[in-house]
Design a protein around this ligand. Structure first.
Ligand SMILES: Cc1ncc(COP(=O)(O)O)c(C=O)c1O
Length: 409
């Protein structure tokens, strides 16, 4: 007979059938916090997270393509897909036979990259030691969540589902705020908490006017609320003339998390950064990052530096953004014209992209060979009619996008 061990995730293994089991009369296999392992398996400490619905849909789409031989649109993903950024000329200018590429990079990230970020995002007004290079936005968020001591983290009403998985991973209490106005009114009682702001949003792509955004963040900052400003989609639509980061950089309670995954389409390179006005906060984050990574990939940092700091790099970024934005705008216009947008989510705002929510269910879209993600992945509170809505990527070649959506009209 095979022997099993039962774990509550805290390494307290109990032999099945042993007398100690009598102390757990409530124990059932359905109880998600308990797992049964074969006796000869390594005891696993549970992370309290689960696979994302975005990845699960990706797996389903790939299988459907393989089984049917037909093309399916991967609009479940958050990957700009109009064009690739053209890196060929950039790569040719990199000397690979240097210790710069081959040896551990410095803890906070390459000095040239932090200088380039300072110029691009902060008009050279920031201190480079307040900029920490991270392994993409997710690493910045995770390190930030480890580095703050707060009662609770408040999420947008519709948010990137990974936020709540990160809260589970780091065992942080979380709740969602109903709307920005609620935050404005309740700022004082949120003192000692943290709030995540993502604008344009994921999944709906909604954008608040910058003046309102700034007013809200200033109020939260004044009331001692930590503001995690995680808006990786913003810079796809703006260039270095954007002054929002310069306005945010003086606010002590604001942590800026940024990423090059979306704004320059390089999610494969895993580069982002964190900024806070207080060096002690960044030093704490830097230690945590160091023990998680031993430094961030030097080659990827070099590519991003070239894109930000050289005329050739700036040109390929500008070209990439220009064509991507054109197709996004055309796709959103097509959805509007054909009444496919979930209008109930856009009463006081317009979607900017790279995602929108449409008024069709993931299952219906799948029947038309369009991948999407259901809204239950993006909220803590379900609402009526939610099952008929889906998030789709609109950063996709317009002609092909239209050819698939025409089939459902
Ligand atoms: C809102 C939001 N923040 C952060 C990220 C992190 O992206 P990355 O880790 O690739 O920088 C994503 C990715 O989809 C996102 O949607």
């Amino acid at each position: 007979m095979q022997q099993y061990l039962i774990s509550s995730g805290q390494n307290d293994f109990i032999k099945c059938g042993s007398p100690v089991m009598n102390r757990f009369p409530f124990l059932s296999i359905k109880n998600a916090t308990f797992v049964i392992y074969p006796r000869n398996m390594i005891p696993v400490k549970l992370s309290n997270t689960s696979q994302s619905d975005i990845v699960a849909m990706g797996t389903r789409l790939i299988k459907a393509m393989k089984d049917s031989g037909y093309e399916y649109l991967m609009l479940n993903r958050g990957v700009n897909s109009v064009v690739n950024i053209d890196l060929n000329s950039i790569i040719q200018s990199i000397d690979f036979n240097t210790s710069d590429i081959q040896v551990y990079p410095s803890g906070n990230g390459k000095a040239e990259l932090r200088k380039a970020i300072n110029e691009e995002y902060f008009n050279n007004q920031a201190l480079p030691e307040h900029i920490l290079i991270t392994a993409g936005g997710i690493s910045g968020l995770d390190i930030c969540l480890q580095n703050i001591r707060v009662d609770k983290v408040w999420l947008p009403p519709l948010f990137w589902g990974t936020y709540s998985q990160l809260m589970n991973l780091r065992e942080l209490a979380t709740e969602s705020y109903p709307e920005y106005d609620w935050l404005l009114k309740n700022a004082a009682r949120l003192s000692g908490n943290a709030v995540i702001i993502c604008d344009p949003g994921n999944p709906a792509g909604e954008k608040l006017p910058d003046e309102q955004l700034l007013e809200l963040i200033k109020k939260l900052d004044k009331q001692g609320v930590v503001v995690i400003f995680d808006s990786p989609y913003r810079r796809l639509f703006y260039d270095r003339s954007d002054i929002l980061y310069q306005q945010l950089m003086q606010l002590e309670m604001v942590v800026i998390i940024e990423s090059f995954s979306k704004s320059v389409g390089l999610s494969g390179q895993r580069i982002g950064f964190m900024y806070n006005q207080n060096k002690k906060f960044i030093d704490g984050a830097s230690l945590r990052l160091m023990y998680a990574t031993n430094g961030i990939n030097a080659f990827a940092q070099t590519i991003i530096t070239k894109l930000l700091a050289t005329p050739e790099g700036q040109k390929v970024v500008t070209d990439f953004k220009k064509i991507t934005i054109q197709h996004i705008a055309a796709n959103i216009e097509f959805l509007k014209q054909n009444r496919l947008l979930a209008n109930e989510l856009y009463k006081s705002t317009q979607p900017l992209g790279i995602f929108v929510v449409v008024n069709r269910s993931p299952e219906e879209l799948f029947q038309h060979r369009i991948g999407s993600v259901g809204l239950d992945y993006f909220t803590l509170k379900s609402f009526k009619g939610m099952e008929n809505l889906s998030r789709i990527l609109v950063s996709y070649p317009h002609e092909k996008f239209v050819s698939f959506f025409r089939t459902i009209l």
